[in-house]
Design a protein around this ligand. Structure first.
Ligand code: FA5
Length: 343
């Protein structure tokens, strides 16, 4: 005779279910009754074979009924508790619209970018257009058309980064002067351009040399431009950038693509006293310049009897050092925020 009190098991289970107050407690309840191994309802099923044969079927049916009743109650309780927990969570995570936002620190331009922008603006006022050229150049534009002899040291592997050697050599441009050639190949005089851009050399790093740096090339070609125009233009541009009190000097020099040629210096950040940046000379070289060599005009198909012009190349990092009193070019490239925040 079956003595298992199914009704009280059902009632107890319902009461305990009603008392659960969290999803975790609900889970415990479920395991207590429905766990495959230890669940009380499954244990009841295992009692069936022990019953007299006539009672087995009705007992089994009753157990199944209780199972489905409890499953329904469980599902309902689960929905209730889920909605309670969701409301609690929403309350907990409510957005406080009165809280101040997290400020995004505004950035600012890098000193080098500022120099490039400023130099471009000065020459734009003088009527110059901006021209660009590729950083991976061919031998013709970087050397040959610029009247650079086959055996010139600048062509050596020790000085130039080659991407491909031999016939059809390609290299990282060593200066912005190839943009002169590209501009003249594609345009007829009068020409008045500046070409800012990145250049590469196998230079050893010092406080004023870096293997990657920027130059700003300038080129003017027309029927009458002369050396006095070159000097006047550069002096005016440097006065705009550094102020009228900063000393400038031109020194005779040599470049294969200009004749006559000069280099020009700006008074160092030590204002002439002598420091490590200027190797105690009081001056820092910022560029080369000169009258465009007739052989360069010929290389691009111009007639040197009809046109003439001047060209210059400025070192942009050097201008930044001098303008912002920076004693070492490495600071420009290191991206140390303690340095950059000062600008
Ligand atoms: C030239 O590169 C010529 N193309 C300039 C030129 C253009 C002359 C047009 C005549 C007509 P130079 O090698 O001197 O010249 O370089 C020009 C400037 O680039 C230097 O005065 C210096 O300011 C800067 N410079 C050169 N090498 C470095 C380097 N390793 N790191 C930083 N700046 C450099």
């Amino acid at each position: 005779m079956n003595t298992i009190p199914l009704d009280s098991i059902l009632n107890d289970a319902k009461n305990l279910l009603a008392e659960t107050s969290s999803l975790a407690a609900l889970e415990d309840w479920y395991l207590r009754y429905f766990s495959r191994e230890r669940g009380e309802l499954n244990l009841l099923t295992r009692e069936i074979p022990k019953l007299p044969p006539a009672e087995r079927k009705p007992f089994g049916q009753e157990v199944n009924r209780i199972k489905s009743v409890l499953q329904e109650h469980f599902d309902a309780r689960k929905r209730e508790l889920e909605s309670v927990e969701l409301s609690k969570k929403l309350l907990r995570e409510r957005i406080d619209v009165t809280m101040p936002g997290r400020a995004i620190a505004p950035g600012h331009l890098h000193p080098l970018t500022r120099v490039l922008d400023e130099v471009i603006a000065v020459f734009a006022k003088l009527g110059y257009n901006v021209a660009e050229g590729p950083e991976v150049e061919d031998d013709w534009h970087n050397f040959t058309a610029l009247n650079t002899p086959e055996d010139h040291p600048a062509r050596e592997m020790q000085d130039t980064f080659y991407v491909e050697t031999g016939a059809g050599a390609r290299l990282l441009r060593t200066h912005t002067s190839p943009v002169q050639i590209r501009t003249m190949e594609q345009n007829q005089p009068p020409i008045r351009i500046i070409a800012p851009g990145r250049v590469y050399r196998r230079d050893t790093v010092t406080n004023r040399h870096y293997p990657i740096f920027h130059q700003i090339e300038g080129l003017v070609v027309d029927s009458r431009t002369n050396f006095a125009d070159l000097k006047g233009t550069l002096t005016l541009a440097m006065q705009e950038i550094f102020g009228k009190d900063r000393k400038i000097r031109f020194r005779p020099s040599f470049f294969p693509f200009t004749e006559p040629s000069a280099e020009y210096d700006i008074q160092c950040i030590c204002r002439g006293e002598g420091c490590r940046l200027c190797s105690r000379t009081g001056w820092l070289e910022i560029g080369g310049c000169g009258m465009v060599d007739p052989s360069v005009l010929q290389a691009v198909g111009y007639d040197p009897e009809q046109v003439q012009g001047f060209a210059f190349g400025l070192g942009a990092e050097r201008i930044a050092l001098l303008k912002y009193d920076i004693p070492d070019i490495r600071l420009i490239w290191e991206n140390d925020l303690r340095f950059l925040r000062q600008f």
